[in-house]
Design a binder for this molecule. Structure first.
Ligand code: KIV
Ligand code: NA
Length: 270
């Protein structure tokens, strides 16, 4: 059995076979994807996907630690990255280090991910110098939804230069990879060519060095809304509702439990 890749191994995949990644929040989901993904992200999307929050802003360190621990128990060969939640790193490099160290120590994550480009470069450098590998996340950064003014495509037209500058800044600061979310495909390709670290696309381009999706989106389990960049590879939500409908009917008609699901009065012979 191959041991889990380290952040430097992911970095070395720049320009090669695309890096495969998904989010996970629970042990069984992590087990399902362990053999197939290079890294698994415990995303703060957990707040919306599993906890019914309206955005990622209400996600806490405690939630990230609990879900990180659950995911870690399901992984043996994929690398695990944990998202730093809103409010846990923006204040200062020292605050970011304290919380990143806590996330890594309590979950066993190999790296953390945080949102931001040029304005987070100092923090990224501070963390990397102190043993915390950092994945950056630029473009649409959902923790800034209230200042971005909605979940719009980022970096169109004249705004593209700022995004290229963000990508270069996180590369130079020492991030080992960068997520590009919801940016024009041509810009994602330009950034991928311009920087030395792998780009991980979500709503970006097939030309990125890797791809990521929210697992509940691609399985059709999260159906409150479907961004254009999501491809549904399954319909587990619909399958699940059909199963629950069948169960409810069988209970109400006393067809469940059947004889094979109940116990006799006599203990079986040993
Ligand atoms: O929280 C998340 O799921 C993410 C990915 C979509 C990149 O940050
Ligand atoms: Na996230």
């Amino acid at each position: 059995q191959k041991s889990a890749p380290l952040p430097d191994d992911i970095r070395a995949m720049k320009g090669g076979t695309p890096i495969v990644s998904l989010t996970a929040y629970t042990t069984p989901m992590a087990q399902m994807m362990d053999e197939h993904c290079d890294f698994v992200l415990v995303g703060d999307s957990v707040g919306m996907v599993l906890h019914g929050l309206p955005s990622t802003l209400g996600v806490t360190m405690e939630m990230m630690i609990l879900h990180g621990q659950a995911v870690a128990r399901g992984l043996s060969r994929a690398m695990m990255v944990v998202d730093m939640p809103f409010g846990s790193y923006e204040e200062s490099p020292a605050q970011a280090f304290r919380n990143a160290a806590k996330l890594m120590a309590e979950t066993g994550a190999a790296a953390v991910k945080l949102e931001g480009g040029r304005h987070m470069a100092e923090t990224i450098g501070f963390l990397v110098a102190r043993g915390v590998p950092v994945m950056a996340h630029i473009g649409l950064t959902p923790q800034s939804i209230n200042t971005l003014g909605g979940y719009k495509v980022q970096g169109r037209g004249a705004a593209s230069e700022a995004l290229v500058a963000d990508a270069r800044a996180v590369d130079q600061a020492g991030a080992f990879s960068v997520v590009l979310e919801k940016v024009p495909a041509t810009l994602a390709d330009e950034i991928t060519a311009a920087i030395s670290i792998p780009t991980i696309g979500i709503g970006a381009s097939a030309g990125c060095d890797g791809q990521i999706l929210v697992v509940d989106d691609m399985l059709g389990l999260f159906t409150a809304f479907k961004p254009k960049f999501v491809k549904r590879y399954g319909n587990l939500g619909a399958d699940g509702e059909a199963a629950i409908t069948a169960y409810a009917e069988e209970v109400r008609s006393r067809r469940f439990p059947a004889p094979e699901h109940v116990f006799s009065d006599k203990a079986p012979k040993a």
